[in-house]
Design a protein around this ligand. Structure first.
Ligand code: TXA
Ligand code: MG
Length: 347
């Protein structure tokens, strides 16, 4: 993606400097940015998104040195992760400094910081000359935007500017890693996998509230994760098949049953299952081929658009195929299960 010319970039950066809001592309999803050191500017983000005020924001930096102003301590583990994964989809939770306004951290004594690797995001933060607070640029509760068009659909008229940088490459948000406790803890799985983190840190724990059988029972440590999220208007069901070869037939039965009940039904499938399903010659109201089971990063990049498409096709029911919770698959399934309200059909 080309970086906008200097005049355009300065125009966008000036909006941020003057306390306005700019939506911009990152490699994960689009963000809605404002000057992170200006509490009044940050409040505009919450208003535009209709985001609950107790859900803290991630502060985005373009240079490692900017981190020192935002936190009181950078532990050795953080230094190693920064060397390896910044710029990139890894957000670190660290003890906050006095420089970070309460609006950003929702009053917590920690702050979330990341350095995105999208050239437009980096250029914008550099030109603004301040750290940029930015949540995903969707209306609260909707799937995160992975294109400029998604942002416009949610936020047109509610923000000062939308900077379009094409499709987001990763398609899911950053991994949120808490380094303030005894053991590194993943609060939200994302673009950097647990396995990659464990190679550097040894053991890395998952917030127990993320395990699906605890859903709704434990309070997540990351405030944002307690809200409904990513959910289309349709009822979404995740299908877990012990034997993937039985899936196409089962889907035929589910689609037929939905039809006889007069429901509009959609399927979100891997390429492998879709190929077999199509042979059965029954048409759902919507079929999204998310990508190959062997390339989960393709599925990650399509997932949020797929969930948005479910709404555009006015579906009542959606059946989504599960994938193994390895690598980025863990983040894919985390978002999908949330979208499904943890409704799972086991075959
Ligand atoms: O990839 C991303 O992370 C994108 C792009 C724009 O950078 N941003 C993003 O922001 O996903 P948002 O606000 O949608 O998600 C941030 C998550 C929320 O679940 C929030 O509760 C959590 O990070 N968070 C932020 N500050 C925190 C803190 N101090 N302690 C615990 N969780 C925190
Ligand atoms: Mg978000």
């Amino acid at each position: 993606m080309d970086v906008p010319d200097e005049v355009s970039l300065k125009y966008c950066a000036d909006i941020i400097k003057r306390g306005g809001t700019v939506a911009f592309p990152t490699e994960t999803v689009y963000g809605l940015g404002a000057n992170a050191l200006d509490g009044a500017a940050v409040e505009k983000i919450f208003l535009a998104k209709r985001r609950p005020g107790d859900n803290p924001l991630i502060v985005h930096v373009a240079r490692r040195e900017e981190l020192d102003r935002l936190v009181t301590r950078v532990p050795a583990q953080a230094e190693r992760l920064i060397d390896l994964f910044w710029p990139g989809p890894l957000t670190l939770i660290l003890p906050r400094s006095w420089a970070v306004p309460d609006q950003v951290t929702a009053g917590l004594d920690t702050v979330a910081v990341r350095m995105p690797r999208h050239p437009v995001a980096l250029a914008l933060i550099r030109a603004a000359g301040v750290p940029v607070a930015a949540p995903s640029a969707n209306l609260s509760g909707k799937p995160s935007p992975t294109s400029g068009l998604h942002v416009l659909r949610d936020l047109a008229g509610r923000v000062n500017l939308v900077l379009d940088g094409g499709r987001a490459e990763v398609g899911l948000e950053s991994t949120v890693l808490d380094l303030t406790g005894d053991c590194p803890l993943i609060l939200r799985p994302g673009g950097v996998s647990r396995e990659e983190l464990e190679q550097v840190l040894g053991q890395v724990a998952l917030d127990p509230a993320l395990a699906q059988d605890h859903s709704g029972l434990l309070k997540p440590r990351s405030p944002g994760l307690k809200y409904t999220h990513y959910a289309p208007a349709a009822r979404v069901f995740v299908i877990r098949a012990a034997l993937p070869e039985r899936l196409p037939e089962a889907l035929v039965r589910l689609v037929r049953r939905a039809r006889t009940r007069g429901k509009r039904v959609g399927l979100l499938l891997t390429a492998e299952t879709a190929r077999e399903f199509i042979r059965q010659k029954i048409q759902p109201d919507y079929l999204e081929v998310m990508g190959s089971r062997n390339r989960p990063q393709e599925i990650a990049a399509r997932l949020f658009e797929a969930l948005r498409n479910c709404d555009r096709h006015r579906l009542d029911l959606v059946y989504a195929e599960s994938i193994p919770e390895k690598g980025i698959g863990l983040a894919v399934m985390n978002r999908l299960l949330k979208a499904a309200g943890y409704r799972v059909i086991r075959l």
